[in-house]
Structures are given as structure tokens and as C-alpha cells.
Design a protein around this ligand. Structure first.
Ligand code: AMP
Length: 512
């Protein structure tokens, strides 16, 4: 059997059924999906692509981007999607690390990316502008054959690299295989009871596992349909919910929707399932949503390296404040973080995961890969939690110093590096504190030797970093709190500034 994910996801769907609908480009059937993804595969092959080559994509969300993703699978390429907010400086790192043969970018970024890509030896830089504005790759696809054989793959072959990071240094590429993605898509389809009749309202980005490998792959696995929105927007959600049967979002989406009185039982009645993931969902949000809409939110837990690991049940009790139980075939244990010895029910420790969903390692970083796997094959997630007597997993915190703001991960070390590079800065500490809109607000405490304003620090960071990584507030101090070993005590800072954003509800803008 061909282990290529495309064959497994798309081969059996009814060609006449709709795959996607998006504003401005009508309905796309499964027959059209097959034809268009073949055209993209042919366009990539014409550019000299060979199986295993990376295709790095930083493009706006569109159905065309999904067709490109499927075209990459069919041609045997490794799809490397990147956050559209990344600056050129950030892209330079990713291009250097992934060494793609082809870079696909939005037409408006071509001039800025070309010199960087040339310097780093990229063979082709082509553009994709979404449904309305075309792009050079879309034009090549237009001329290509609408038929192509799908490259034969082993399920252990790479399908995608998703960049993610821990506390150490720059982002690492999590290598996901055709088998990893297939097992998760079909596991979730069964767990969440997706059928060809489902319509998923899609407001998530396509560069993250949630929007791409969870939302799109599960939809494909079921032969179901997507209702594609360019981004989260309360008015658009309210307008489109009546045509949907499933909604998938990050907790910030649900907080936002709860602020709108139009969101009620009547509006949400056609929807059979609301799913939340990517960041902790407050038990209060779960309860408020149930009271307002009559729907019990289904919370699940996953990460770039593994896809989804655990889910609250479709049929059984969805327990607020928990992320449910392991998916079939996935083993989750909680261990002593230092020794790796499994802990009994109720004890807090390191969450470790093993199963066919777990990634193949970090791209060209064998040392990092080795450091994050136990000898018996469990992946050390970096999240701390406990498993209760009923087998439900509770996440209590992250051992990584990651901040999750509006569903996006922000790695403090990266932001600190940019702050410390500003003339006059001695040192800095970046951490997250509760934020009513974003879950966590990125916050910086800076020690400076010359007078600096918070505004000027933020303005300089915006030149270097994607907006969601920039601190919402910059505070100044004469020194950072440190422990006896000289380590900055971020827990002290988090406590000190815990209430910083309590007045900010509704004031911030959402970037996911
Ligand atoms: P990413 O690799 O961007 O998907 O981020 C993965 C991280 O998001 C995990 O390691 C968790 O720390 C966090 N995460 C994902 N889902 C949940 C959840 N339901 N509750 C709490 N944290 C979550």
C-alpha cells in the first residue's frame, strides 16, 4: 500500500462532494481538489523538485495553500509552513536551517525574500497570492496537467517540518512523517465522530498544526467540508456558524465569542461539536460556554511534535480543567522529571508520550532529539501534569518557559536576545502573566544603563520580531531577581506582575 498521506486522506472521498468554501472563490469539490493538487505537484516537479526536498511556505491563508500542501505530499516534498508574521530576519534563520529547494511566499514579500533566499542557495522563489491575486506558482499550476501519480511513500518518510522551540536557543524543526499525520487524522476522525456530512468552520491559521494537521487533515479523512475564513473575526463566526457542524478554536476564540451577546443557544444549535486546544482553557470559560450555548466544550491536548495526544470524550463526560484521556494507540505517562520514573495517579510530574503520532526527531539536531526522548521511546513533552483516578490528564504548567499568547507560542529567550541587543540595555527577562484576552500577555522587565522608554523598546522590537512576540508591556528595574545559583527567578516576576493586565479585557486585538 502507498503510505503517502495524500492517498490515505483523499483517495476514498466522494469526488462530487464539496471540500471547501471560502469567500471570493465559490465551492471546491473533492474532484477539483484532486485536479488542483495534481497541478501544484506538477508545477513543483517542473521546478526540479525531487522527493525529500523541502518546500518552505510563508503565504496567506487560502484554499490554494491547502492545494499546495496536498501537491507537496503528492510530489513527495516536505512541507514547511511558516507563520506569516515572521520578519525577514526570522525567515533567514528558517531558510538557512531547512535548506528548501523552493520557497513560496506572498507576492508582496518577494522583493524582500529574494536576496536572502539567493544568498542561502535556494533554487526557486515563487509566489502564492491566494484565491484572488494568483501568484507565479499559481500561474505555473494553471498551465500544469490536472493528473499526476502520487509518489510512493513509506509511512516513515517525512511529510512536513514544523518549527517549534523550547527554552534553548532558536526554533527546532519537528519532523513529522506521513504515518504520524495519518494516524492522528484517522484517530481524531473516529474520536470526534466526523462524517462526510460535517462542515468545519475554519478560522485558524494554516501554518500551525492545529489549523493544518488537526482541522484540515481530519476533515479530509472524513471526506467532510471546510468553511474557510481568512482569520478569526467575531462577526464572521456569527455569520457562518449556522452553516457549520463543528468549530475548532483556541481558548481566546471562545473568550471573544462569549463577549458577544449574539452567541447563544439559537445561534449554536446547528453545531454538534465545539473543540478547544493549543492553550489551557479555563474551567470558567468551559462553564460559561455551557451556560450560554448548552454545548460542553471538548478540550484536547497536543503539540507540534505529536499532534493531538489526549482528548475529552465525545460520548462521555467532558471534564472542565482537564484535557481528557489518551487517544487509542497513544500512551501517556507522568514521571519524575529528573529520573523519568513513572509516578502514581494524582502526582504531578513530566508528561511523556509514546505512540505512532510521535515525531521522528528534530531536523538535523540529533543531540536535541536524543535529549528529549527516554531510552524506552517516550517523548518528554516539557509539560507538567497529573493523571487522575479516572485517567483524565490535567496540565498544571509548562516546564519550558514558553509563553502562550492568543494561542501562539512565544519563547522568552528569543525576545530577551532582541531586547538585550538594544543599545543601553543591560539585561532583560521576558515572561507571561495572565491576560484576560490572550491567556498570557508577553511582559518584559528591562535593566538599562541609559534612560529608555517602553514605547521605544517595543517599536524597535517590532522591526525584528513578529507582533505577537513583542511584549505588551515593558517595565524597568534596577536589577533582576536571582536565586543563589545566579538564575533569574521568573516565578518571582510572574507573582509581582500577576495583575498587570486585569483591566485589559477587550482592549487588545486578536492575532490568531
Ligand atoms: P504547539 O507545539 O505550538 O502546538 O504548542 C504545544 C504546547 O501547547 C504544549 O506543549 C502545551 O504546553 C500547550 N497546549 C496545547 N494544548 C493545550 C491544552 N489543551 N491545555 C494546556 N496547554 C496546551
Amino acid at each position: 500500500m502507498n503510505g503517502n498521506l495524500y492517498e490515505r486522506l483523499c483517495a476514498q472521498a466522494d469526488a462530487a462532494r464539496p471540500f471547501a468554501r471560502q469567500a471570493g472563490s465559490g465551492l471546491i469539490s473533492y474532484a477539483a481538489l484532486r485536479a488542483r493538487s495534481a497541478q501544484y505537484a506538477n508545477a513543483l516537479l517542473d521546478l526540479g523538485l525531487t522527493p525529500g526536498d523541502r518546500v518552505l511556505v510563508q503565504a496567506d491563508k487560502s484554499a490554494e495553500m491547502i492545494m499546495l500542501y496536498l501537491g507537496c505530499l503528492r510530489a513527495g516534498a516536505v512541507f514547511v509552513p511558516l507563520n506569516t508574521a515572521y520578519t525577514i530576519a526570522e525567515l533567514e534563520y528558517y531558510i538557512g536551517d531547512a535548506q528548501p529547494r523552493i520557497v513560496v511566499c506572498a507576492p508582496g514579500r518577494l522583493a524582500a525574500i529574494l536576496p536572502v533566499a539567493r544568498k542561502l542557495g535556494v533554487a526557486h522563489v515563487v509566489t502564492l497570492g491566494g484565491a484572488e491575486s494568483g501568484g507565479s506558482l499559481a500561474s505555473r499550476a494553471d498551465q500544469g496537467d490536472a493528473l499526476c501519480p502520487t509518489v510512493e511513500c513509506d509511512s516513515a518518510d517525512l511529510a512536513a517540518i514544523i518549527y517549534t522551540s523550547g527554552t534553548t536557543g532558536r526554533a527546532k524543526g519537528a519532523m513529522l512523517t506521513h504515518g504520524n499525520l495519518a494516524t492522528n487524522a484517522f484517530g481524531l476522525k473516529a474520536c470526534w465522530r466526523f462524517t462526510a456530512q460535517d462542515v468545519l468552520l475554519h478560522a485558524l491559521p494554516l501554518f500551525h498544526i492545529h489549523g493544518l494537521f488537526v482541522a484540515v487533515n481530519v476533515t479530509l479523512a472524513a471526506g467532510a467540508s471546510l468553511l474557510l475564513l481568512p482569520a478569526f473575526d467575531t462577526d464572521a463566526i456569527v455569520a457562518n456558524l449556522p452553516a457549520a457542524t463543528v468549530y475548532m478554536g483556541v481558548p481566546t476564540h471562545y473568550l471573544r465569542l462569549l463577549q458577544d451577546r449574539r452567541v447563544n443557544r439559537e445561534l449554536t444549535a446547528p453545531v454538534r461539536l465545539f473543540i478547544s486546544g493549543s492553550a489551557p482553557l479555563l474551567a470558567d470559560t468551559h462553564r460559561e460556554w455551557l451556560e450560554r450555548t448548552g454545548h460542553s466544550l471538548l478540550e484536547r491536548y497536543g503539540m507540534s511534535e505529536t499532534g493531538v495526544n489526549t482528548s475529552n470524550p465525545y460520548g462521555g463526560e467532558r471534564v472542565p480543567g482537564t484535557v481528557g484521556q489518551p487517544l487509542p494507540g497513544v500512551s501517556v505517562r507522568v514521571t519524575d522529571p529528573d529520573s523519568g520514573v513513572p509516578l502514581p495517579a494524582g502526582a504531578v510530574g513530566m508528561i511523556e508520550i509514546k505512540g505512532p503520532n510521535v515525531f521522528a526527531g528534530y531536523w538535523r539536531k540529533p543531540d536535541r532529539t536524543q535529549a528529549e526522548f527516554r531510552a524506552d521511546g517516550y517523548f518528554v513533552s516539557g509539560d507538567l501534569g497529573l493523571i487522575d483516578e479516572r485517567g483524565y490528564l490535567h496540565i498544571v504548567g509548562r516546564s519550558k518557559d514558553l509563553v502562550i499568547s492568543g494561542g501562539f507560542n512565544v519563547y522568552p529567550r528569543e525576545v530577551e536576545g532582541e531586547i538585550d541587543a538594544i543599545p543601553g540595555v543591560v539585561e532583560s527577562a521576558v515572561f507571561g502573566v495572565p491576560h484576560p484576552d490572550f491567556g498570557e500577555g508577553v511582559t518584559a522587565v528591562v535593566v538599562a544603563r541609559v534612560p529608555l522608554s517602553a514605547e521605544s523598546v517595543i517599536a524597535q522590537l517590532k522591526q525584528r520580531l513578529a507582533g505577537y512576540k513583542c511584549p505588551k508591556q515593558v517595565l524597568f528595574a534596577s536589577e533582576l531577581p536571582r536565586n543563589a545559583m545566579g538564575k533569574v527567578q521568573k516565578s518571582v516576576l510572574r507573582g509581582q506582575y500577576a495583575d498587570l493586565y486585569q483591566a485589559a479585557r477587550g482592549a487588545a486585538t486578536l492575532r490568531s
